[in-house]
Ligand binder design. Structure first.
Ligand code: ASP
Length: 435
């Protein structure tokens, strides 16, 4: 019998997770059972992915950069990567703004519903405001300062310090190119080997993906807040999701125009990473799988993917920026505010920066949204309005964040002559081997 492809297994896991979650909400002890007996497996699965994120970035980037053997190649690729990332993010925010102004979802909210929602979620809002405030109190060059760690071992103890690790790894890789080949040989061979080992770990972890996403979705379903407020947010959610779908369409167009690969080829290759992004709401947790898919299934040379993707996972969040633009204007509309054209242009800039600054973890986009609201003079208490639907939207925007990184990696690879044919080593083969 033909074996089921990995993405179908993951989808099956998701569907069963939702069904079991729904079933468990129908009786009193159900929620507790899911929390005690199912949720931990989801957590273990995410932890396995997060556990290898830092070694993966270190090994892959050091290998990737030192493979380039030529600094000018690196700066060419770096410039293109950052340039395309910024352009796609600005396109995403603009789409978000146009849609929210056309649909006007906030105007449908009645004053009573608004009060009810703000009362229900005001505790959570304060928490987000406080986190955002501590970020806002920093000086204008704080982000630059934060890029350079004062102790690399200390930074490597937290997944939140991805950019510092990226900085160190690129610096290390560049220095490795600059020393005589003979002297650097052992170090290079070590990181090449380490990279292979970690990619194998991703293979093995992915065997558990269908079960992991089953557990994650069952837990999300039993924990989601009451559904009676959801209807008021329906239009807002539809606006965000429509924008996100348009972005996926844009990526498919970009990929087919610039790399001549069909949208089906792109989606088939990247779909397991998308499904994982959806289940984990974290681009960082998905990164190992994104790297594997892009390299082995989309034909991007490791030299490019190991450079473009870790940077993309941290700074390129098109889904998040689109969502921030829609959410900001939606909240303004709900409070009856009219935003000037100039303010909306400012939202393009602030949402672009806020998405770059958002950590690749669940809910980060909402924390950074506080900055966008602050800029546009929109009441931050309005966060409470969108709280109820934030998690599902976070799942969707993370899919776009990850898809955007993959699309850009293909375009950059093509532009430097490093886009080849997929390598046939996929999980299903490994699955057979492991079995
Ligand atoms: N969860 C998103 C990500 O990891 C960030 C966000 O928008 O909250 O890509």
């Amino acid at each position: 019998m033909k074996k089921m492809a990995l993405h179908w297994k993951i989808i099956l896991g998701m569907v069963l997770g939702v069904l079991v979650g729904l079933l468990m909400t129908t009786f009193d002890a159900g929620q507790q059972i899911v929390q005690d007996w199912i949720k931990p497996f989801g957590k273990i699965f995410i932890n396995c992915l997060k556990m290898i994120a830092i070694p993966l970035i270190l090994a892959a980037l050091i290998k990737g950069v030192s493979d380039l053997r030529d600094i000018s190649k690196l700066s060419k690729m770096g410039g293109r990567t950052i340039g395309i990332y910024i352009v796609t993010t600005v396109i995403a925010v603009t789409i978000g703004l146009v849609l929210v102004n056309l649909v006007n979802p906030g105007k449908a909210i009645s004053p009573e519903t608004r009060t009810e929602m703000i009362e229900n979620y005001s505790g959570d809002t304060t928490k987000y405001q406080e986190t955002a405030k501590s970020q806002k109190d920093a000086g204008p060059l704080q982000a630059l300062e934060d890029l350079v760690p004062d102790n690399i071992f200390l930074s490597a103890t937290s997944n939140r310090n991805m950019l510092q690790i990226i900085f160190f790894a690129i610096f290390f890789g560049v220095s490795l190119i600059l020393i005589p080949e003979e002297k650097g040989k052992t170090v290079k061979t070590f990181f090449d080997g380490l990279n292979e080992v970690i990619l194998k770990m991703v293979d093995l972890i992915m065997l558990a993906a269908p079960y992991g996403v089953f557990a994650l979705l069952a837990a999300i379903v039993v924990e989601s807040p009451s559904v009676d407020l959801f209807w008021a947010l329906g239009w807002y959610a539809i606006t965000v999701v429509t924008g996100l779908l348009m972005m996926i369409g844009i990526y498919m167009t970009i990929v087919s125009v610039f790399t001549k690969k069909s949208p089906k080829f792109f989606l088939d290759g990247i779909s397991p990473a998308q499904l994982l992004a959806f289940s984990t709401s974290s681009s960082a947790a998905t990164l190992p799988v994104t790297m594997e898919r892009v390299t082995e299934h989309l034909g991007v040379d490791e030299e490019v993917s190991s450079f473009v993707l870790p940077i993309g996972a941290t700074i390129n969040m098109d889904g998040t920026s689109l969502y921030q633009a829609v959410a900001a204007v939606f909240i303004a509309q709900a409070f009856g505010m009219e935003l000037e054209f100039g303010t909306q242009l400012g939202i393009i800039a602030t949402a672009t920066l806020a998405s770059i600054g958002s950590a690749a973890v669940p809910g980060a986009g909402m924390v950074m949204l506080v900055g966008v609201l602050g800029y546009a003079g929109i009441p931050e208490a309005g966060l409470a309005l969108i709280f109820a639907v934030d998690r599902p939207l976070d799942m969707c925007r993370t899919v776009v964040n990850v898809t955007g990184d993959a699309a850009v990696s293909m375009v950059v690879a093509k532009s430097v002559g490093k886009l080849g044919d997929p390598k046939p080593n996929n999980w299903d083969d490994n699955y057979e081997a492991v079995k």
